[in-house]
Design a protein around this ligand. Structure first.
Ligand code: NAD
Ligand code: GLY
Length: 371
């Protein structure tokens, strides 16, 4: 499928972090255009890191956007969440050292969130920190993981447990890359887009309710608008709370339930965005049980999640206790106290640390299961 119109105008945002501020460029046809990468290269040494799935699709196009006098190396890693390890990051460091790259090297992450998180972490540590540029090619990475500087890898004992905050020099979002994304991955990205509407912007949520069919049909103008609004909301939150001491935690709406599903099913069985989609419905239903959301608003959450092509039921074999056991390990918890992102209203989220256990249990027991 192709992205419908290449005439949609690009747009530009800024993540405001003082001397570490950086631009986000969004639009069709940006890969391969030298004006977007050149200003953000620290020196002449450039290492592009991508994976075996993305390289044949977009590596040549990206390289066409780099000047001939640069020293460009490339590293193609295997695909998949299973490669998000310290061993893969070591491969990046090995390649940099073997190439003799110095502190003025620039790493370019070409791929989804897995590549972006690993390359950012490799950049954060190489010679105590070098420049990197995010070139995200999944919708999830374009609206979430490429912005905000959370980088890292998985540990056998937990997802994203090893990492650092390290901001990119720029984020280059070429919306044409979404043309090759499998529909299931597109839906997973839409979960994070819906999340922004639910936590911060009821008007955006209403726009999404009307526009999801166009987004799923890869309408270029609609995609740019959705990505721009998502990135603008994320940029605002990151600028206010870079290291997640407060408001940034709201970006985890649906994630506590979602992470429990992902971990219980084994990573990869459910895509992250699919689990977040179901998790957001669970958060909305819990908010209703606390007397915050009317039933009609819960129905809207359910419908928008369904319209994005995301699952509405939890796994059949997942009992309430399975959820609770996983949720107790959530990174947001403080002193063993469960902290959940819930909805006071559509477009208004909060972190709640006082959900009565009986209310949570009742939700977990009653929530629909597959099949
Ligand atoms: P992913 O990187 O695994 O990409 C999904 C699949 O799509 C992969 O097979 C990939 O090779 C393929 N792909 C990428 N671009 C493509 C394209 N244009 N066409 C065809 N196929 C393409 O997964 P993801 O959903 O992009 O990211 C998930 C990762 O992001 C997780 O590791 C998660 O922890 C992380 N994440 C990080 C943050 C953050 O703030 N740093 C936020 C959310 C998620
Ligand atoms: N994806 C959550 C965050 O960046 O904080």
């Amino acid at each position: 499928m192709s992205v419908s119109s290449s005439s949609a105008a690009p747009c530009h945002l800024q993540v405001a972090l003082g001397s570490r501020s950086y631009p986000i460029h969004i639009g069709p046809g940006l890969l391969g255009d030298p004006q977007w990468l050149a200003p953000h290269l620290a020196g002449r040494q450039v290492m592009i890191v991508t994976n075996e799935r993305v390289a044949p699709l977009y590596l040549a196009r990206l390289k066409a956007g780099l000047a001939d006098d640069l020293e460009v190396r490339e590293l193609v890693l295997p695909d998949g969440e299973a490669t998000k390890t310290l061993e893969s990051v070591k491969r990046i460091w090995d390649a940099l050292l073997e190439a003799g790259f110095n502190r003025r090297a620039t790493l370019i992450a070409l791929g989804g969130g897995v590549i972006g998180d690993m390359v950012g972490f490799a950049a954060a540590c190489y010679q105590r920190g070098v420049a990197f540029i995010q070139v995200p090619t999944t919708l999830l990475a374009q609206v979430d993981s490429s912005v905000g500087g959370k980088t890292g890898v998985n540990h056998p004992l937990g997802k994203n447990m090893i990492g650092a905050f390290w901001q990119p020099r720029a984020v280059l979002i070429d919306t044409d890359t979404l043309a090759t994304l499998p529909p299931r991955e597109l839906s997973a990205g839409l979960a994070e887009v819906i999340k922004y509407g639910l936590i911060r912007d009821a008007g955006f949520l209403a726009w999404l309710e009307a526009t999801l069919p166009a987004l799923r049909d890869l309408d270029a103008a609609a995609l740019i608008q959705a990505i721009e609004r998502s990135c603008a909301l994320k940029a605002e939150i990151v600028a206010a709370d870079e290291t997640e001491q407060g408001v940034r935690a709201l970006l985890n709406l649906g994630h506590t339930f979602g992470h429990a599903i992902e971990a219980h099913q084994g990573y990869g069985a459910w895509l992250h965005g699919e689990a977040v989609g179901t998790g957001m419905v669970m958060a909305a239903e819990l908010s209703a049980r606390l007397g915050w959301l009317p039933a009609a608003d819960v129905a809207r959450v359910r419908e928008v999640v369904a319209a994005a092509g995301l699952p509405l039921a939890a796994p059949a074999d997942m009992a309430a206790d399975d959820f609770l056991a996983r949720m107790r390990l959530d990174k947001k918890n403080v002193d063993s106290r469960l902290r959940l992102v819930l909805l006071r209203a559509l477009g208004d989220a909060c972190v709640h640390a006082a959900t009565p256990p009986a209310t949570l249990n009742a939700l977990l027991e009653a929530f629909p299961r597959d099949g």
